[in-house]
Design a protein around this ligand. Structure first.
Ligand code: F6P
Length: 408
């Protein structure tokens, strides 16, 4: 039974080119962002590092005893690195390897038992030939295993490698314990004996993950009267410069989307709602996108906080991520309330523009750009700048567009 502080081992299972690494990395980024120390351990990378590259499909043949011994040794070593790290400082270790035999999963379970580690198998099943082909071409042919090999030969060899794994593959079954099966690009999800807060977050995240590539645009509201005075929080209106920015943003977006195919999400605060007013796109207001609640410091300047609440100022300077304003919030609190927004963003098939506030922008940006927790409260997010992010399989393209703010 998972307890408070339970450590988890997520064991990826599946044939090559099914999207295991993609899922593992996406999950790791999400879990780290939520505040759980999470790392992916990839047996293939360790193999390439220790044994070198250039192994053809014959190496992976279940009938090749030397090959099997070497692969098994690499898997054990990689898993050992995972458990060392997890027992020392981690919360969630993700074991990214094929793990397609019951014997392999059995020793994994034995190594977890008795050390307080809870294994959860995450099996990726996808038999659509077009998706497999796309995965091979996009992710496998660039691998150091195929450096210098002509394209057609590399594809043929990789298919032979998959066929070897297929011969020995046994899907995860109920007696093996907790598992989650992601079938046909997450269209069907089967879960078995999943309980606890973290496993539930994982199911919620993976159920909503879409693989479509589309941009997410982030911007702060236009300059407000509080920004001009250097005051934090409150619910002030836009300044003339802020209204100028809203007009520029509207013009930019209509050039870009022509009034359709994209959505705008704002907070419930006046300055974001006013920024969205000139936009010719459907708008949705979210309370979760409201600025960090500065509690007793709301409406003050940073200088006033330093004079009137010197201890609060010092505590925030020491640990800006965890510091919670009295009767207000911390950055960590903001991240927790943005979980729903992230899941909802992951579900979208078309572009979304989020108009929000400095602390919220930092937290949202950190999810997409995989910013380390301690850095989140310091990410630069200037006013009147549109940040366009396009998450891809293994990275995220970022473009920052400065829009001039002529006074309206
Ligand atoms: O100053 C604008 C603002 O959005 C405030 O309302 C908010 O308290 C602050 O930025 C958040 O930034 P920081 O965490 O750096 O104080």
């Amino acid at each position: 039974m998972p307890q408070a502080g339970q450590k988890y081992v997520l064991v990826m299972v599946g044939l090559p080119a099914r999207g295991k690494s993609y899922t593992a990395r996406k999950l790791a980024r999400y879990l780290r962002w939520l505040g759980y120390p999470t790392r992916v351990f990839n047996a293939g990378e360790l193999r390439r590092h220790k044994l070198g590259t250039g192994y053809s499909a014959a190496f992976f043949d279940p009938g090749n005893a030397d090959g099997q011994r070497a692969l098994e040794a690499m898997a054990r070593e990689s898993f050992g690195q995972l458990t060392d790290w997890l027992l020392r400082e981690g919360r969630i270790g993700i074991f990214d390897a094929t793990n397609t035999t019951r014997e392999r999963r059995e020793w994994i379970r034995k190594l977890c038992d008795g050390r307080g580690l809870e294994p959860v198998f995450v099996e990726v099943i996808n038999d659509d030939p077009a998706a497999i082909e796309e995965n091979i071409r996009a992710n496998k042919l660039g691998s150091p295993d195929y450096e210098g090999t002509p394209l057609a030969e590399a594809v043929r060899d990789f298919r032979r490698r998959i066929a070897h794994y297929e011969r020995a593959y046994v899907q995860v079954d109920d007696p093996e314990g907790s598992y989650l099966k992601l079938i046909d690009r997450h269209r069907k999800i089967v879960s078995h004996r999943i309980d606890g807060w973290i496993p539930a977050r994982i199911v919620g995240f993976l159920t909503n993950l879409r693989i479509t590539e589309r941009p997410v645009l982030l911007t702060r509201h236009g300059e407000s009267s509080f920004n001009q005075e250097g005051r934090i929080g409150g619910d002030p209106p836009l300044s003339p410069g802020g209204r100028g920015f809203a007009a520029e943003l509207g013009a930019y977006l209509s050039r870009r989307f022509g009034g359709e195919g994209a959505e705008v999400w704002t907070s419930t605060m006046r300055r974001t709602v006013e920024t969205a007013a000139p936009l010719d796109l459907p708008v949705r207001e979210w309370r979760s996108l409201d600025e960090i609640d500065a509690g007793i410091c709301d409406g003050l300047t940073y200088e006033e906080i330093r004079r009137r609440h010197p201890q609060e100022h010092a505590a925030r300077t020491r640990d800006k991520l965890r510091y919670r304003y009295p009767r207000g919030e911390s950055y960590q609190d903001v991240i927790q309330r943005l979980d729903r927004v992230i899941i909802e963003l992951e579900r979208q098939n078309s572009p979304v523009l989020v108009i929000s506030h400095q602390a919220v922008m930092r937290a949202l940006y950190a999810y997409f750009a995989d910013v380390a927790a301690e850095r989140i409260p310091h990410v630069p997010v200037p006013l009147h700048t549109l940040i366009e992010l396009t998450p891809r399989a293994y990275d995220c393209i970022e473009e920052r567009i400065a829009l001039t703010a002529d006074a309206a």
